[in-house]
Design a protein around this ligand. Structure first.
Ligand SMILES: [Zn+2]
Length: 205
């Protein structure tokens, strides 16, 4: 089992390689590694990330097959199936680090802000289920007057939404709470910059 602090260092080192264009360790075509993994997995980190095509976790952290247990959903929101997926990996594979990975200019956040300004006449129930989970992170920011500074508002909303997902994972599951209290599981929040390629671990590290 790899401890949370060591897992975090691996992710930071991988992101440094990616962002500074250093030689990558992983090419994703290692057949020997694929065969070795067929018998079982022991991913060293769980990533709950946004589905955005520009933020593939394995690539931005320069990791290979079997390294990361990745859950991706628009807006990196936490619904029961995401909690269940995290529980699965933490319990069955012994993974001790969970990272909620949001990113700058997230489309799901922008869609939520748009909706708060101009509620659409018609919206798919399914899309609404995502927006509804992001809205509580964003509403207090609008109430605080950030609405007049659109860029600052989006930045703050991205971080608030990551924090909400982190807290939900820390406190919304008995299984995870127990692993945190007794077995060294850590849940941290991070933001990926689309411009720089750098992941900023800002919550819980
Ligand atoms: Zn996104």
């Amino acid at each position: 089992m790899i401890a949370a602090h060591e897992a975090l260092e691996r992710l930071k080192a991988g992101n440094r390689r990616f962002a500074s264009d250093l030689p990558r360790l992983h090419t994703f075509t290692d057949h020997a590694r694929r065969r070795e993994l067929a018998a079982g997995q022991e991913p060293f980190a769980i990533i709950l990330g946004c589905a955005d095509s520009r933020v593939p976790a394995e690539i931005v952290f320069d990791q290979g097959l079997g390294d990361l247990f990745v859950i991706r959903v628009a807006g990196n929101i936490v619904a029961p199936s995401q909690v269940g997926s995290v529980e699965f990996a933490a319990e069955r594979s012994g993974t001790r680090l969970v990272v909620v990975l949001g990113h700058s200019n997230c489309g799901a956040i922008l869609a939520t802000l748009e909706e708060l300004e101009r509620p659409p006449a018609k919206q798919s129930r399914n899309l609404r289920s995502i927006v509804d989970r992001i809205r509580p992170s964003v509403e207090p920011l609008l109430a605080s007057g950030l609405g007049s500074q659109p860029e600052a508002l989006v930045r703050a909303a991205v971080r608030a939404n990551i924090r909400v997902s982190v807290n939900h994972l820390r406190h919304g599951s008995e299984v995870l709470e127990q692993l945190i209290q007794q077995d060294g599981l850590r849940v941290v929040g991070a933001e990926y910059s689309l411009d720089s390629g750098i992941v900023d671990f800002f919550d819980g590290t």
